[in-house]
Design a binder for this molecule. Structure first.
Ligand SMILES: [Zn+2]
Length: 367
């Protein structure tokens, strides 16, 4: 302080004025944490991640047409203040995931697109609009790949800021080789124990592209977020048995909109999430078996739903209204937001439309 005052003394009031302006600018540019938005695409998927450096990662794009692309654009530009999507990851080739991409590209620039490309035995193909999608670069994603994010490791080390990685743990039914190769999982991954693997009872083989979904683990300091697209039951099992390739997580995006073809209890038991967020629709997902699994998972402190399940006779499957972004079938498309603190020690989940906000502690280094 003394040094600053003496410097002001030497430089005079004009310089002091300049310094005040500079400090106001610094406030506007305060360090930011990690934000995640679950945008309502009516039972599709559109998860928008905004990094502390202001880069954007959109995982899936909802359905074709103006509605879903328009909702993504609105949250991206008006709420998250983005001008472009830096990284788009399309988990698999179903319309509720790739469908909005071409419409969104007409609204805002999309820089790099990551997907499964074309591969032997691919069961389904995206449409022509997706194939012709306007973007700067297309990348075929492989297990172990990390997104090239702007944040420099040197800066993270210098500031002791939480390190951010977004890594693909599995795709096209191929798993990352071992947990030690998984950046976010390495502290915790291990043989999950018989009690986990015994929970898996195989289901009928899924021949659709769901089984080829890209599985992402987002790590920010000790915070972990898991998004497996629509990965189905038997492939899910391979993520945690015989080795837990994921480790433990804080937040679990309920796989496949909460449909019971996914959300294998072996995965929930091994991952031990504290928060589950379900990107269901009013009449899609939020299935009874999935809800039972979530309720039986002792680690889960709160479950959120993008939509209330309005199917007849299923009201009891819903969480309390405060934890549901859209209570009615005809809705304004409210989103769920999660903000991880700059030190990554805590995170808040909010539903702005309900004035709901709840803080959770990040698990921290696990044994
Ligand atoms: Zn889907």
């Amino acid at each position: 302080m003394t040094a600053a005052i003496s410097r002001v003394g030497r430089l005079g009031f004009a310089a002091l004025g300049a310094m005040l302006v500079a400090s106001a600018a610094a406030r506007a540019d305060e360090p930011r944490g990690l934000d995640i938005y679950w945008i309502d695409v009516e039972g599709g998927a559109a998860t928008l991640i905004v990094t502390p450096e202001g880069e954007s990662i959109l995982v899936d794009t909802g359905n074709p047409g103006r509605r879903d692309a328009g909702r993504i654009f609105k949250v991206a530009t008006e709420v998250a203040k983005l001008r472009q999507i830096d990284h788009l990851v399309v988990t698999h080739y179903h319309r509720d995931h790739f469908g909005g991409a071409a419409d969104l590209a007409a609204l805002m620039p999309i820089k790099t697109v990551y997907d499964n490309g074309e591969f032997p035995g691919m069961p389904e193909k995206p449409d022509r609009a997706y194939a012709a999608l306007k973007c700067d670069r297309r990348v075929v994603v492989n297990p172990g790949d990390k997104l090239e994010l702007k944040q420099s490791a040197a800066k993270a080390e210098a500031d002791a800021a939480p390190k951010l990685t977004v890594q693909c743990l599995a795709t096209r039914q191929q798993m990352i080789r071992s947990a030690s190769a998984a950046t976010g999982a390495q502290k915790t991954a291990a043989a999950p124990g018989e009690h986990v693997c015994k929970l898996h009872a195989p289901k009928d083989r899924d021949g659709s592209d769901n089984a080829n979904s890209v599985v992402l683990l987002v790590s920010y300091g000790d915070f972990r977020f898991f998004d497996a697209g629509d990965l189905t039951w038997n492939v899910e099992h391979q993520l945690v048995c015989p080795e837990n390739l994921v480790g433990k997580v804080d937040v679990y995006q309920t796989t496949h909109h909460g449909l019971e073809a996914s959300n294998n209890p072996a995965v929930l038991t091994a991952l031990e999430p504290a928060v589950a967020i379900m990107n269901n629709g009013a009449r899609k997902g939020c299935d009874g078996q999935t809800v039972a699994t979530l309720r039986e998972t002792k680690s889960i402190a709160a479950t959120y739903q993008v939509h209330k399940n309005v199917r007849e006779g299923q009201a009891a499957l819903n969480v309390p209204d405060e934890y549901i972004a859209n209570a009615t079938e005809t809705c304004a498309g409210h989103h769920i937001k999660l903000t991880v603190a700059t030190d990554a020690k805590t995170y808040k989940v909010s539903i702005p439309a309900n004035n709901h906000e709840r803080e959770f502690k990040t698990r921290g280094p696990r044994d």
